[in-house]
Write a protein that binds this ligand. Sequence first.
Ligand SMILES: Nc1ncnc2c1ncn2[C@@H]1O[C@H](COP(=O)(O)OP(=O)(O)OP(=O)(O)O)[C@@H](O)[C@H]1O
Ligand SMILES: [Mg+2]
Length: 259
Amino acid sequence: MSKRIQANDVDVYYGTFKAVEGVNIEIAPRTVTAFIGPSGCGKTTFLRSINRMHEVLPGAHVEGELLLDGENIYASNVDPVRVRSQIGMVFQRPNPFPTMSIRDNVLAGYKLNGTRLNKARADEIVEKSLRGANLWNEVKDRLDKPGSGLSGGQQQRLCIARSIAVEPNVILMDEPCSALDPISTLAVEDLINELKEEYTVIIVTHNMQQAARVADKTAFFNIQGVGEPGKLIEFDETNTIFNNPSNQQTEDYVSGRFG
Ligand SMILES: Nc1ncnc2c1ncn2[C@@H]1O[C@H](COP(=O)(O)OP(=O)(O)OP(=O)(O)O)[C@@H](O)[C@H]1O
Ligand SMILES: [Mg+2]
């Protein structure tokens, strides 16, 4: 179920502006990878290119190759909707559909892609996904209440439940804890640790302790100046990136000398 991601010479553009240049990376299944680097270095942009969310913006495009278990997700015969169901995404701010019930939020992916489910199957998916997101016990007695009635941390776990409900291979998370309090953050981090048994997980974070806690591997991105494209500088075991990086820019960043 968990799949390998490979980027070969990936450039990501907004119109004529090249925001990310020359990314080569291979991310193994059943691992958590953190993307770190200063603001504007292209972490979100590159992350969004991995499930074809980037091209939703007018003029935005991607060059190079992005492979999911060897299959080019940008090949002309590949449906972007299918890519997004295989490669789920969780955003910085929890974004449950506010008027939908908790249950319907979990099932939203099926509604969007037009899959019909009978009640028994739907119940099964709701329970499994909420259990998978460590949220079941907190919400099982109020599945028909609106998703907006949950705490921020619960909403973020609901969004994770929604993304795993459609059984993706990969889960992308863009600063999923930045709007959360420390307790909710730990709950989401515990969950990320469990998710890697079944999924390939990539998480963007500005919190180095978080990267050190959750990620097996860490990718450091950097930018040389305004208007320059962001680049992947170094990718290695998290421990190596934080304690013994090979690149001076990585060293400067992780030791807090810059960024
Ligand atoms: N919709 C857009 N249109 C044009 N340029 C954009 C757009 N979104 C981002 N950019 C530019 O692309 C570059 C990379 O931005 P991106 O959001 O990927 O950075 P980031 O590393 O995620 O930063 P942060 O840590 O602040 O979230 C920046 O120069 C940014 O201004
Ligand atoms: Mg970002």
